[in-house]
Ligand binder design. Structure first.
Ligand SMILES: Cc1cc2nc3c(=O)[nH]c(=O)nc-3n(C[C@H](O)[C@H](O)[C@H](O)COP(=O)(O)O)c2cc1C
Length: 246
């Protein structure tokens, strides 16, 4: 089977989950391609498509929703799996939003999974996930991917009867809020000028030489967690950086 995996990942949790899927599919003898949505504006033919992203404010980021709308072509029954990663399972509705869109495009959604992963968003009111819990979550994610692939044959075709307008509106509102929240980031004088924040920003929103953020932040927090010298603060506060898998 030809498996094509597409994901967006701000800080690495979703990428690691996508890589785990790829690894287990390959071990089962399938051909697999893995692409970040940032680098991909075309989806070719495949037997199974996987779409993955993090949860922001209860849904997949608007970035993922728009990518799926624009980039995933109509199909006549290609199988699909949708997965999200989030800091908690209670309000993680992203698989329903993307599921509905894929079914409308003619895909047969055969599985959805939500993976509880370390929190990357603690720049404001939340606390980071403790290290031991992080390790347990990563181990659990790997076995959950394994179980979901083992059970695939028994999973029937899924339907998404519920209205997703409300959660998609939430994603759109968060997209707008993120633009102004992004102005709370600040690059201080400990910056060594490596340009990593600018190069890696999915929205090309940072000018590191001018220590300036523009108005298209999506709040993925990749800049703050990825800075090699922790030179970026949020609302004047530095945080312990989250490094995937540490
Ligand atoms: C802007 C933002 C909003 C978030 N909102 C939620 C949320 O509503 N619920 C939740 O469980 N996790 C939330 N999270 C945590 C992430 O979904 C979680 O850490 C995810 O695994 C990050 O994936 P990534 O490393 O691939 O970017 C949020 C993270 C960010 C950056």
């Amino acid at each position: 089977m030809n498996v094509a995996i597409f994901y967006f990942s701000g800080t690495g949790n979703t990428r690691m989950t996508a890589d785990t899927y790829a690894d287990l599919f390959r071990r089962a003898g399938h051909q697999v391609t893995t692409s970040s949505m940032e680098d991909c504006d075309q989806v070719g033919e495949c037997d199974l498509i996987l779409i993955g992203g993090p949860i922001y404010a209860g849904n997949m980021p608007d970035y993922v929703i728009q990518w799926v709308r624009k980039t995933v072509p109509p199909s006549q029954g290609t199988k699909a799996i949708i997965f999200t990663t989030s800091a908690g399972l209670a309000n993680a509705h992203g698989v329903r939003s993307i599921g509905k869109k894929l079914v409308r495009k003619g895909y047969r959604v055969i599985d959805t999974q939500t993976y509880e992963m370390p929190r990357n968003f603690y720049i404001d009111k939340y606390a980071p996930t403790p290290k031991e819990e992080q390790r347990q979550q990563l181990t659990r994610m790997i076995s959950q991917v394994g179980e979901s692939l083992t059970n695939l044959k028994e999973t029937g075709e899924m339907t998404f009867p519920e209205n997703v307008l409300g959660i998609d509106l939430l994603a759109d509102v968060f997209r707008i809020m993120a633009k102004s929240m992004g102005h709370n980031f600040h690059i201080d004088d400990s910056c060594v000028g490596c340009g990593k924040c600018e190069k890696n920003c999915p929205k090309a929103n940072i000018r590191h030489a001018e220590k300036r953020y523009g108005s298209s932040c999506m709040m993925c927090t990749r800049c703050i967690h990825g800075c090699p010298v922790n030179a970026i603060s949020y609302k004047g506060k530095k945080i312990e950086q989250y490094k995937v898998g540490n």
